[in-house]
Design a protein around this ligand. Structure first.
Ligand code: ADP
Length: 433
């Protein structure tokens, strides 16, 4: 308690005021005591001076104790207040405390000890209440702040959602554009290829060596262009979920051997050995032969493109749990672990510059990725820069034609290889998709 307390006594009865004064003095309370005899004087005193405590008579001449307390509140005067009641007024005193008085004391119980104790506890209660009110206020403020932040977050979330919708719309437009353009380009491309082939037929007259060379170039370039256009068309169909697998039972080793045979001239042109080994007890699978061929052509053309010397191996093997694996291995330039994930993204190439050495759309692996997922399979990649790469595709012998297989992550931990899910990549020198 601070040294000298400012105390106000409000009572019209001189004797009662004296009793309070004497008791406080006897209790040794260091104080400046002010006395007034009615409510109006009390308010004038309280509005000009900060008191440490007010003792007020319940029955003031100009107003009831309850009105006094209510007015204190409405004038926002904050001060510890003790009601002095007559004997039998305790019930009313409880009401007064509910209305805002700090404590009460029956006049019959006024004694130095009692008054000093009531004074001390009134001041303590008042401060505790003030602190609690402050904390309450702070809590209310932080609650309001939280509500505001929440509203702001909701607003931002709505904005992000709108941007997402817009992005989706733009992406759909892009896919639509790619699909339409590549579809439109296929018709003239097929005409160019068809007519170039017709020109080779002798019934239209013999071509000179130079003319044959030019027609052959037109034909080869036309075929290459058609392949690129088909890649874009497949990709846009896969992106839009409009590419269906046409599954049938077929001899997978026959398709593999045939495809390798078609690609051999490309490997020969670079003096690369192209070896194929099929080791299957049962060569029949239920899958889409056109898409299996497409996967192998993409892997093989990459292997040939990115290998300057050495060999390319194609292996087809049986796996437990009715699965089949197709492996394409090369002794090419290899891929750095940091690029493992990126190269499976559409239009991504390790070398993204315009002056890059190796041509291509950057769609081959993205297409393979989508197709293998649709087939319920997995892709494993192992590679070392300057040594070579190995792409391993594991497929169920019999695919299920459900769309959910396309969404399932192509992952699992096995042996000492490090794998990753297509959605949770790891940078390592070996991984699956
Ligand atoms: P593209 O071959 O048309 O560039 P892909 O999607 O087939 O597109 O391949 C993406 C990239 O992955 C290639 O540009 C190349 O950087 C890398 N890549 C793919 N296969 C190999 C491979 N066998 N050896 C080295 N790099 C490869």
């Amino acid at each position: 308690m601070k040294q000298t307390l400012k105390i106000l006594v409000v009572d019209d009865n001189e004797v009662d005021r004296m009793a309070v004064r004497d008791a406080l003095t006897k209790a040794g309370v260091q104080m400046e005591l002010f006395e007034v005899s009615d409510g109006n004087d009390a308010f004038s005193a309280l509005s000009t001076t900060a008191y440490d405590c007010v003792f007020f008579d319940y029955r003031l001449p100009d107003q009831h104790g309850l009105t006094f307390i209510q007015q204190l509140r409405s004038l926002k005067i904050k001060v510890p207040s003790v009601v002095l009641t007559a004997q039998g007024d305790e019930q009313i005193a409880v009401q007064l405390i509910k209305a805002g008085a700090t404590d009460y004391l029956s006049k019959s119980k006024i004694s130095p000890e009692m008054l000093a104790q009531v004074l001390r506890s009134a001041i303590r209660i008042y401060w505790a209440e003030t602190q609690a009110a402050l904390v309450n206020q702070q809590l209310r403020e932080s609650h309001e702040q939280l509500i505001r932040k929440n509203q702001e977050l909701q607003r931002q979330q709505q904005q992000i959602q709108m941007q997402n919708f817009k992005l989706l719309e733009v992406s759909q437009l892009k896919s639509h554009f790619l699909a339409t353009m590549s579809h439109e380009l296929r018709t003239p491309m097929n005409a160019i290829i068809g007519f170039s082939q017709i020109l080779f037929r002798s019934k239209f007259g013999q071509l000179t060596h130079q003319q044959a060379d030019m027609v052959e170039r037109i034909l080869n370039n036309g075929k290459h262009l058609l392949m690129l256009v088909n890649e874009v068309l497949d990709f846009s169909k896969l992106e839009a979920g409009r590419l269906d697998l046409k599954a049938e039972i077929f001899d997978v080793s026959k398709v593999i051997n045939l495809t390798v045979g078609e690609m051999r001239s490309l490997a020969d042109a670079k003096n690369l050995s192209l070896l194929v080994q099929t080791d299957l007890q049962n060569t029949l699978v239920f899958n889409d032969p056109v898409r299996i061929k497409q996967i192998l052509i993409n892997l093989l053309s990459n292997a040939i493109k990115f290998t300057e010397s050495g060999e390319i191996w194609v292996e087809v093997k049986e796996l437990p749990a009715s699965r089949v694996t197709i492996v394409v291995r090369d002794t090419g330039i290899g891929i750095a672990p940091r690029d493992f994930k990126r190269i499976f993204e559409a239009f991504r190439q390790v070398d993204q510059t315009i002056t890059r050495k190796y041509p291509g759309t950057g769609l081959g692996l993205a297409i393979i990725d989508s197709l293998v997922r649709m087939m319920g399979g997995k892709i494993f990649l192992e590679s070392k820069l300057g040594i070579g790469s190995m792409f391993k595709i594991e497929l169920p012998r019999q695919i299920r034609l459900f769309t959910e297989a396309a969404d399932a992550p192509a992952i699992q931990l096995d042996g000492d290889e490090i794998y990753r899910s297509a959605k949770n990549p790891h940078n390592s020198s070996s991984q699956t998709r």
